[in-house]
Design a protein around this ligand. Structure first.
Ligand code: VG1
Ligand code: CO
Length: 543
C-alpha cells in the first residue's frame, strides 16, 4: 500500500452550481474527472491531518465506484478518520447530522439529488463544512478555481474496501469507520418530535403512504415510520434504493409523483401522504385530494411550531428563499419574529442558523428544515406533519383551510421551461434586466409594478454580497413574478418562473391556482416574451 502522485490536466466547467457539481454520469466516468474535483476540494481546505470526514451518497449509479476512489484519495491526503454509511448510503440530512454530532471537519455527499439517476442519468458531488451545511460560495469558488490550475492528485493504491458491514478498518494512516446510516439520524428525530403521540395516531388506525421513489429515504422511513412508530408494513412504498431509482424521476412534485397524487384523489386514499427526493432532503405533503405547496407547508409549520417538543420554546426567526411565497412572512409578522429572504440554495441559510437568527426555513422547491441540522430534511418535515396531525387531531386539508382563513391564501405556482438553448435563455434574462428600471409604475391588468430588480443578497452575518440572484417584479397588491435560471440542470438551460398572488377573501380560497394566477401569467408573457425566446408556448413542468 503506498501513496501515488498522479499528474493530471484540468477539465473545463467543474463549477459547482446551486448545490454542488452535477454532470451526466458519463462525464464523471472520464478518467481523472472525479479525482480532479476531489483533489481540488482537499487543496482548498486546511490540511486534513488529524481530521474526520463523513462520506456517503444516495446510492445512485456510480456511487460505489466514486466512494472507493474518494476513500483512497482521502487516505492519500492525510485524512485521519472517515465515517462512511454502510454500502456507501447516507441521506443528505444524515450527513449533516453526522458532521455536527461527531464534530467532523466536513463531509462529501455523492448525489445529484432531484436529478434522474442511472447510467444515462446524472451524478453529483458536494462538500459540506463543519457546521454540517453546504460550503458557502467563497469555498465553492475556491474549489472551482483550483480545478482550473490542478496538475496532480494524490491517491493510495490500496485495494477496494468492504463497506457492506459496520466496523472499522484502516487504509494508509486513515481509519475507516463504516456506520449504520440510520441510527444517529433516528436518535435526533426522537429528540425533536413526540414519538408517543405519533405512535398513538398510527395505533388508532391513521393511514399514510410515503413514496420514497426508490431513492435514499427508504431505509430511513421504513425504520422510523414503520418499525419505530408502528405504521403498518407497506406504508412506505418504493422503499428500496436502486441505482436508477427504478426509473423514477426522484423529484417529488405533482408531475413526477403523479401516481401518488392520483391515488390521493381515490376513495381508497389514506389520511396523509408524502414523497421524498433522491437524497431525501426534499418533501412533498399531500392530504386527501390535495397537494400542499411547499411555501404553505413552511408557513403552517411555523405557525404551529410551539406544539412540537423540539420547538416548544418558540422560534428565533424564519427564512425563505426569495422565490418562495411570502406566506411565511405573514406568520412571522404575527409572531413578531424576523423573516429573512435569501437567494435560492440551502447554503445561504447556514450563517443565519449559526448566528441563532432563525429556527425554521424553507424553499418553494419542496425543501423545509430547521436548525437541527444545516440541510433541508425531507423526513423531518414529514414527521413534523405527523406530530402536528397527532396533537391537533386535524387533517392536512383542515390545517390548510384554517391557515388560509386566518392569514389569507398566497396562490403559488412555478413554471419551468426545460432544455432551452442557453443563448436564448441568457438573452431573455438580459433583455429583462435591461427593462427593469422602466417597469415601476407601469400597469398590467389590474396591477401596478411597485418594484423591479435583480435580487442582491447581503448576508447579515458575514456581510458578503451575492448578486444576480433572480429578477423579481413586485406589484401593488402583493403579487410577484420571479425569473431565474436553474443552477442544477445538466442539459441546456432551465428557465424558472415563479408566480404568486395574495387572496384575503375566504370565499375565493378553493380556486385552481393556475386560474387564480392567470392574469399574472399573461403579464409575464407580455413583459418577458417567453414564447418568443424559448420557442415554447407552454412550460414543460408546472408545479
Ligand atoms: C433547485 C431548487 C433549489 C434547491 C436546489 C437543490 O435549484 O430550485 O431551491 O435548493 O435545486 O435542491 P435550481 O438552481 O435548479 O433552481 V436538491 O434537493 O436538488 O439538492
Ligand atoms: Co435533494
Amino acid at each position: 500500500m503506498s501513496v501515488q502522485t498522479v499528474s493530471t490536466t484540468s477539465f473545463a466547467g467543474q463549477e459547482p452550481g446551486t448545490s454542488g457539481l452535477r454532470k451526466r454520469v458519463e462525464v464523471f466516468q472520464q478518467a481523472r474527472y472525479l479525482e480532479n474535483f476531489v483533489q481540488s476540494i482537499f487543496d482548498s481546505l486546511d490540511s486534513l491531518e488529524g481530521k474526520t470526514l463523513v462520506l456517503g451518497g444516495d446510492g445512485r449509479f456510480h456511487n460505489r465506484a466514486a466512494i472507493q476512489i474518494i476513500l483512497r484519495m482521502a487516505a492519500a491526503n492525510g485524512c485521519d478518520r472517515i465515517m462512511i454509511g454502510q454500502n456507501g448510503i447516507l441521506s443528505t440530512p444524515a450527513v449533516s447530522c453526522l458532521i455536527r454530532k461527531y464534530q467532523a471537519y466536513g463531509g462529501i455527499v455523492l448525489s445529484a439529488s432531484h436529478n434522474p439517476g442511472g447510467p444515462d442519468g446524472d451524478f453529483g458531488i458536494k462538500f459540506n463544512i463543519s457546521n454540517g451545511g453546504p460550503a458557502p460560495e467563497k469555498i465553492t469558488q475556491a474549489i472551482y478555481e483550483r480545478t482550473l490550475s490542478i496538475t496532480a492528485y494524490r491517491i493510495s493504491d490500496a485495494p477496494p474496501v468492504d463497506i457492506s458491514r459496520p466496523g472499522t478498518t484502516r487504509m494508509e494512516n486513515m481509519e475507516i469507520v463504516v456506520i449504520d446510516p440510520v441510527s444517529d439520524y433516528a436518535e435526533m428525530m426522537r429528540a425533536i418530535f413526540d414519538f408517543d403521540a405519533i405512535r398513538r395516531l398510527f395505533a388508532g388506525g391513521f393511514r399514510m403512504r410515503l413514496d420514497a421513489m426508490n431513492a435514499v429515504c427508504g431505509p430511513y422511513a421504513t425504520r422510523i415510520i414503520e418499525s419505530e412508530l408502528g405504521a403498518p408494513v407497506g406504508t412506505v412504498v418504493h422503499e428500496v434504493p436502486l441505482e436508477d431509482f427504478g426509473g423514477h424521476h426522484p423529484d417529488p412534485n405533482p408531475v413526477n409523483a403523479h401516481e401518488l397524487v392520483a391515488y390521493m384523489k381515490t376513495p381508497a386514499a389514506p389520511d396523509f401522504a408524502a414523497a421524498t427526493d433522491g437524497d431525501a432532503d426534499r418533501n412533498m405533503i399531500l392530504g386527501q385530494g390535495i397537494v400542499l405547496t411547499p411555501s404553505d407547508s413552511l408557513a403552517i409549520l411555523a405557525a404551529h411550531a410551539t406544539r412540537i417538543p423540539g420547538y416548544a420554546g418558540g422560534l428565533a426567526g424564519v427564512a425563505r428563499s426569495m422565490p418562495t411565497s411570502t406566506a411565511v412572512d405573514r406568520v412571522a409578522a404575527e409572531m413578531n419574529i424576523p423573516c429573512f429572504e435569501t437567494p435560492t440554495g440551502w447554503k445561504f441559510f447556514g450563517n443565519l442558523m449559526d448566528a441563532g437568527k432563525i429556527t425554521l426555513c424553507g424553499e418553494e422547491s419542496y425543501g423545509t428544515s430547521s436548525a437541527h441540522i444545516r440541510e433541508k430534511d425531507g423526513l423531518w418535515a414529514i414527521l413534523f406533519w405527523l406530530n402536528l396531525i397527532a396533537v391537533t387531531g386535524k387533517s392536512v386539508n383542515a390545517l390548510a383551510s384554517q391557515h388560509w382563513a386566518h392569514y389569507g391564501r398566497n396562490y403559488y405556482s412555478r413554471h419551468d421551461y426545460e432544455q432551452v438553448r442557453e443563448d436564448k435563455a441568457n438573452a431573455l434574462m438580459r433583455a429583462l434586466r435591461e427593462k427593469l428600471s422602466a417597469l415601476p409604475g407601469k400597469r398590467y391588468a389590474t396591477r401596478a409594478v411597485t418594484l423591479a430588480d435583480d435580487f442582491c443578497y447581503l448576508d447579515p452575518v458575514d456581510h458578503s454580497a451575492s448578486e444576480n440572484q433572480g429578477v423579481r417584479i413586485l406589484f401593488s397588491d402583493g403579487a410577484r413574478i420571479v425569473f431565474r435560471l436553474s443552477g442544477t440542470g445538466t442539459v441546456g438551460a432551465t428557465l424558472r418562473i415563479y408566480y404568486e398572488c395574495f387572496e384575503p377573501d375566504t370565499r375565493k380560497h378553493d380556486d385552481d391556482p393556475q386560474i387564480a394566477l392567470a392574469s399574472l401569467i399573461a403579464t409575464a408573457q407580455e413583459i418577458a416574451d417567453i414564447a418568443g425566446y424559448t420557442g415554447m408556448s407552454a412550460p414543460t413542468v408546472i408545479t
